[in-house]
Design a protein around this ligand. Sequence first.
Ligand code: ZN
Length: 333
Amino acid sequence: MVNYKDLGLVNTREMFAKAIDGGYAIPAFNFNNMEQLQAIIKACAETKSPVILQVSSGARKYANQTLLRYMAEGAVEYAKELGWEHPQICLHLDHGDTFELCKSCVDFGFSSVMIDGSSLPYEENIALTKQVVEYAHQFDVTVEAELGVLAGVEDDVVAEESHYTKPEEVIDFATRTGCDSLAISIGTSHGAYKFKPEQCTRDPKTGKLVPPPLAFDVLEEVEKKLPGFPIVLHGSSSVPQEYVDIINTHGGNLPDAVGIPEDQLRKAAKSAVCKINIDSDSRLAFTAAVRKVLAEKPGEFDPRKYCGPARDEMVKLYKHKIIEVLGSDGKAL
Ligand SMILES: [Zn+2]
């Protein structure tokens, strides 16, 4: 049993309270490898942004949960080395699907867990979430729950169709589960193909897909029901077209990849939305940089020579998100 406080990590409670008051959102970046973690910490140290490091079930399979946890512990020290005096770093389980998994993360030093019972019937989602909350709160670990279903593919989380969160359920759900934050479905979606072409319109000038807007009316209803309660948006990558273009012109094939426009996320960040999950965009930045190096220098075989530029590109992406989209820069001095 390790408590996250001994690792220099923080839970989400204070982060979220400040974010709601200040009208910004905390970045929740997934990590699977060293370069990604280095890029996240460097970007956050340089901008003094609080951050949520997320470990998904796919990351646990790929990189090993134990190794990822020790990497997060190392990240706190790395942040200090970079001159960030008081790093505010939360280590969060993304999409936990069982009580046992959430418990093992709490016991192992995670400072926050998500229990995703959104695919279960309503009463079962409440019962499972409540069980996780009762355990996690004993150790001051915060719990994110989910109501409503997001479409798309994220590691092991697959849903064909989305179902918007029903605002009439949120008070009952939050009260009975005791969860600390709530992920809702208002039209965001997992993955780099968030919308089918038939759901979008096409920009006549560029031929690119223009996605449908988020359901801000649902978000407003939720906010009215739960004033000041932290709301979370999953699946909020924007799928920058410059990365898609670099990938496609350097041997890749990502036709019609499309994400959530950044101006919509900026608008959401000013509301009760205080955690925005971004994963696909960093995968695209990484892949674009690697493809470019390998296409331009076919003789290159030192991974540092293409993972290094990929890391630099991710730092740029994370800083852009922090400063231009979420507004979390300067909030963890
Ligand atoms: Zn998610």
